[in-house]
Design a binder for this molecule. Structure first.
Ligand code: GLA
Length: 381
């Protein structure tokens, strides 16, 4: 435990708050709240530790960032499987979205411009010629308000943030909430919700970097990945989708069967190379009648035996193989994070959807509620 953490208190021991219910006591779980320092403006940041059975997740109010996930290997030995920092200072100093909640619009918007309801909008260009991950001060860099919303099903914290009309160039006031829960099924469940008072694009995701062998264990190229995706959205050399939807069959993007991430990565052209692609998830996810998250991806790390499955309600997943990590960022324990040391599976709508009428729409209208649920489920074999 980091020394700068001050324990505010065990907010809820679920077996205690759930009353005499035996089932709840059996399930157990707890939420512990700690001080995690202050932002440069002096705003206090809190860290919530959600524990249920063998799985622990830590989430802080700055950026609604997941700072740690501890999951057991096949021997039952727990290790942190995410990249990040030991203290708030590391996050405040700037980083490539470790663990972050990303919004108002995740991924890229070409040239930082879009037109909605006949009006032109201009966003900050912060990634080559394009806008990336919500702007200069996106949802990953604001302080969210947290509330313990634990239930008998497990420890749970809801983070809320109100993004003002015009913030980062986006139209309308957006009220967003992200609820993190750790279930008795060894799942970290993330439920997003948002409403707006004007039409606005919304595409929220989580940008955790995973290394199932532990973050000091070198590259993720030996991790075996399966993606429930027969198709992907090809991109130009600034990573903006061309608008086409193409088959992965016969390409290095075919992860329809378990395949080591490093097996064909050298076949991908470009600088810095590697995987940074939106996969179109199979099934009828575009159908509004969808009822809940379904399997999108599975990752198996052969040495530890850890398995992570990703379930989501979203139509796409951006698989990013940590290509821009170059050893300059030193993370937990002072470890320099090198190329391919972590992988991201960002469940979301497709990049640059505002420019492609053939992609599922990301426009939220007043009176409607945006929802998305993504589950990271851990096991070992
Ligand atoms: C996403 C993008 C990548 C990169 C990372 C952050 O995954 O698709 O190109 O920008 O975020 O470094």
């Amino acid at each position: 435990m980091n020394k700068c953490l001050a324990l505010i208190g065990v907010v809820a021991s679920l077996s205690a708050v759930s009353g005499p219910g035996v089932a709840a006591a059996e399930r157990g779980g707890s939420v512990t709240k700690m001080e995690f320092g202050k932002t440069a403006e002096g705003t206090p940041v809190e860290l919530y530790v959600l524990k249920n059975g063998g799985l622990t997740a830590k989430v802080m109010t700055y950026g609604a960032i997941i700072t740690e996930i501890d999951a057991p290997d096949r021997q039952g030995k727990s290790a942190d499987v995410t990249l990040g920092f030991d203290d708030l200072g590391g996050y405040l100093a700037g980083h490539p979205y470790f663990g972050a909640t990303v919004g108002r619009v995740a991924n890229r918007i070409a040239r930082g411009k879009f037109t909605l309801d006949g009006k032109d909008y201009t966003l900050a260009v912060n990634n080559g010629p394009n806008a990336l991950h919500g702007g200069k001060k996106g949802f990953d860099k604001v302080v969210w308000t947290a509330e313990d919303v634990s239930a008998s099903s497990g420890p749970s914290v809801r983070m809320t943030y109100v993004s003002k009309d015009g913030e980062e160039g986006y139209p309308g006031t957006l009220k967003a909430s992200v609820t993190f829960s750790v279930t008795e099924k060894a799942e970290l469940r993330i439920d997003y919700s948002a409403t707006a008072d004007r039409d606005t694009p919304v595409n929220l995701t989580n940008h955790s970097y995973f290394n199932l062998a532990g973050p000091a264990s070198g590259s993720i190229l030996g991790h075996e990945l399966t993606l429930e995706a027969d198709r992907y959205t090809p991109v130009d050399d600034t990573l903006i989708p061309t608008g086409k939807i193409e088959a992965v069959l016969g390409t290095p993007l075919d992860f329809t069967k378990p395949t080591a991430i490093g097996a064909r990565i050298d076949q991908l052209k470009g600088d810095p190379g590697g995987y940074d692609h939106n996969f179109v998830l199979n099934s009828d996810r575009f159908d509004a009648s969808r009822t809940g998250p379904i399997l999108a991806a599975r990752v198996h790390e052969p040495t530890s035996g850890r398995v992570m499955e990703v379930f989501t309600t979203e139509p796409g997943v951006q698989f990013y193989s940590g290509n821009f990590l170059d050893g300059t960022v030193k993370g937990k324990g002072g470890v320099a994070y090198r190329k391919h040391q972590g992988l991201c599976l960002e469940a979301q709508h497709f990049p640059d959807s505002v420019h492609h009428a053939n992609f599922p729409s990301i426009i939220l209208k007043p009176g409607a509620t945006y929802t998305q649920t993504t589950i990271y489920k851990f096991s070992a074999r």
